[in-house]
Structures are given as structure tokens and as C-alpha cells.
Write a protein that binds this ligand. Structure first.
Ligand SMILES: CCCCCCCCCCCCCCCC(=O)SCCNC(=O)CCNC(=O)[C@H](O)C(C)(C)COP(=O)(O)OP(=O)(O)OC[C@H]1O[C@@H](n2cnc3c(N)ncnc32)[C@H](O)[C@@H]1OP(=O)(O)O
Ligand SMILES: CCCCCCCC/C=C\CCCCCCCC(=O)OC[C@@H](O)COP(=O)(O)O
Length: 268
């Protein structure tokens, strides 16, 4: 009898949430973000011991495990990904990857295309996000203090050395923060200094239009990897030009993917 009541209440609650999601776009989005956060927290708690057992602690190799878990999330939302240009990641040696950053949901798009041996740059505050912080630590994410340019620069200089020594690719969000305006924020220069310091084979811009497609069910999210820009031979004087070039390429692609006419705007 009690079980019957419980089931009836459960069904009524689910129905209520479904109706709410149909009626209000804001409620729809909030509930989806809520489910995504729960998946991240639970997925991280389950994946962390597996990472420690398989790879012995913090290692870029753990990204394979994290990627497998995050790639399963799309089924909870009825999402599909249309990926283009994956072959552009096939560069010899270390490389920098830059992409736009609309929300915490971007991790789903990132994991669809993440190449092996690639770590992301993240704000240091993420370390304290419970099980999610632990899994980000175990995955080898490079933590920077955005409030201190000098300390961030020091970390990036070390990264330049290790990415060459250990043949690692580094993924940076050059906007430096989440931005869901549908346009790009001006790019920070850290990623491009890193590319020049490490003299990497290429800097590959990745663009996606995420948020609108996340709300439509079943949504089809487009992710596009653009051809790499050769950065060997560039000097610190070329960093501003490289930054502008990546900004323009990514902005053009973002507008194309979201079906809007391209606009011309300076990155400065
Ligand atoms: C199983 C379930 C799992 C669930 C879940 C899993 C998730 C598993 C994936 C996690 C993934 C996490 C992903 C997190 C994503 C973020 O946390 S995004 C936020 C953190 N990331 C960033 O901020 C990166 C982008 N920021 C930068 O690159 C910035 O340039 C820096 C390095 C932070 C510096 O910040 P800034 O001082 O505000 O920036 P900026 O104006 O560029 O620089 C100031 C001056 O310093 C110079 N400068 C900058 N950098 C350098 C440099 N390296 N060398 C020399 N000069 C430099 C600039 O040229 C500029 O000088 P001028 O040219 O104006 O003369
Ligand atoms: C004991 C503490 C418990 C804390 C619990 C935390 C729960 C976290 C729940 C869901 C988080 C899913 C996060 C997936 C990883 C997202 C990485 C990310 O996108 O971080 C944002 C950062 O790039 C830019 O931050 P700001 O836009 O500058 O801000």
C-alpha cells in the first residue's frame, strides 16, 4: 500500500516537472542543468576510484576514463553531436586547442572531440568543487589563478616546457570565463603566448553552438574543429596577430554554426 502511494507521488512529481518544462523555457533549462550537475557529481564520485586504480593517481591518461563517462551524458538529454574536422587534430607533437565557452555544459562537447594526451587549463577554484574537483585534479587539469597575471604566466611557462617534453596537447578557453551571449568575449592572450613559447605544430580553434541545441530535445549540437594555424617560427611580437586571427576564425564559425549572418567585429 505504502509503495503504491510512493509510486503515485513519484509519477505525479515527474508529470508535474514535465509540464513545467513544457510551459517554461527557464524551468526547462534549470531542470536540465540540475540533472547535468547531479550526473557530474555522481559520475565523478564513481570515476575517481577507477582512475586511481587504473592509472595510480593524477595523470592525463585518466582523461580517457572521464571522457567515456561524460560522453554517456548525452543520452539523458536526447542530444546528438555533429562533429566536423576531427582530422585537424592529427598533428604531430604538442598543440594548443582553443574553444568558445558558453556554460558548464560545454564539457559534453569537449569530450566528444578531446584527443588523447590532452589536458585543459582551468581556474583553480574548480579544485574545491567536491567530487568534480577531485576528478578534474585526477585528469591532470592545469590550474591557474586568474586574479594574478604573474602567477598564471609562471604556470603557463612551466606548461610550455612540459608539453614539449611529454608531448601533451593543451586545451584553453581563451575567453577566460563562461559567456552565453551568443557572441565571443575578447580573447585573453595566455593560450597564444603558450603556443609561441612551446613552438607547437599548430593551434586548432574549435567552435560550437551549444545552449540553444541543449534546450531543444532531441537537439543536434554542432562542433567544428578548424584547421590548425602553424605557430612554429612565430615570436612574442606575433602573439597579438595570432590572437586576432583565432578570434576572427572562431567567431565566423560560431555564427555559421548557429545559423546567423557573420558580423565583422574587432577583438580589441
Ligand atoms: C566523470 C564526470 C566528470 C564531470 C566533469 C569533468 C570535467 C573535466 C574537464 C574539466 C575542464 C575544465 C575546464 C575549465 C575551464 C575554465 O576554468 S575557463 C577559466 C580558466 N581559463 C583561463 O582563464 C584561460 C584563459 N586565460 C588566459 O590565458 C589569460 O591570459 C591568463 C594567463 C589567465 C592571464 O590573465 P589576464 O592577465 O587577465 O589576461 P591577458 O589580458 O591575456 O594578459 C595580460 C598581459 O599579460 C600578457 N600575458 C598573458 N599570458 C602570458 C604569458 N603566458 N606569457 C607572457 N605574457 C603573457 C598578455 O600579453 C597581456 O599583456 P599585453 O599584451 O596586454 O601587453
Ligand atoms: C564541497 C563542495 C561541493 C561543491 C559541489 C559542486 C557541484 C558542482 C556541480 C556541477 C558542476 C559540473 C561542472 C563541470 C565542470 C565545469 C568546468 C567549468 O566550466 O567551469 C567554469 C569555468 O570554466 C569558468 O568559470 P566562470 O564562468 O569564470 O565562473
Amino acid at each position: 500500500m505504502e509503495l503504491g502511494w510512493l509510486l503515485a507521488w513519484g509519477a505525479a512529481l515527474l508529470l508535474g516537472l514535465r509540464v513545467l518544462m513544457e510551459l517554461s523555457a527557464a524551468a526547462n533549462f534549470a531542470l536540465r542543468i540540475g540533472l547535468y550537475s547531479v550526473l557530474c557529481v555522481v559520475g565523478s564520485a564513481l570515476a575517481a576510484p577507477v582512475c586511481v586504480l587504473v592509472n595510480g593517481g593524477r595523470s592525463v591518461k585518466n582523461m580517457r576514463i572521464i571522457k567515456a563517462v561524460v560522453k554517456s551524458f548525452k543520452y539523458f538529454f536526447g542530444l546528438r553531436f555533429e562533429v566536423k574536422g576531427l582530422q585537424n587534430f592529427e598533428v604531430e607533437g604538442p598543440a594548443i586547442i582553443v574553444s568558445n565557452h558558453q556554460s558548464i555544459l560545454d564539457m559534453m562537447g569537449l569530450m566528444e572531440v578531446l584527443p588523447d594526451g590532452c589536458v585543459q587549463v582551468g581556474k583553480k577554484e574548480l579544485m574545491y568543487a567536491g567530487s568534480v574537483g577531485l576528478i578534474i585534479y585526477l585528469g591532470g587539469v592545469i590550474f591557474i589563478n586568474r586574479k594574478s597575471t604573474s602567477s598564471a604566466k609562471m604556470v603557463m611557462a612551466e606548461v610550455a616546457k612540459t608539453m614539449v617534453a611529454e608531448n601533451v596537447k593543451v586545451w584553453v578557453y581563451p575567453e577566460g570565463t563562461r559567456n552565453c551571449t551568443g557572441d565571443l568575449l575578447p580573447f585573453k592572450k595566455g593560450a597564444f603566448h603558450l603556443a609561441v613559447q612551446a613552438q607547437v605544430t599548430g593551434t586548432a580553434p574549435v567552435a560550437h553552438g551549444f545552449l540553444t541545441d541543449f534546450l531543444s530535445s532531441p537537439g543536434k549540437i554542432k562542433v567544428e574543429v578548424l584547421p590548425p594555424i602553424e605557430t612554429k617560427g612565430l615570436t612574442p611580437d606575433d602573439v597579438s596577430d595570432l590572437t586576432d586571427r583565432c578570434f576572427c576564425l572562431m567567431r565566423e564559425t560560431l555564427f555559421r554554426l548557429s545559423g546567423r549572418p557573420a558580423q565583422v567585429k574587432d577583438s580589441s
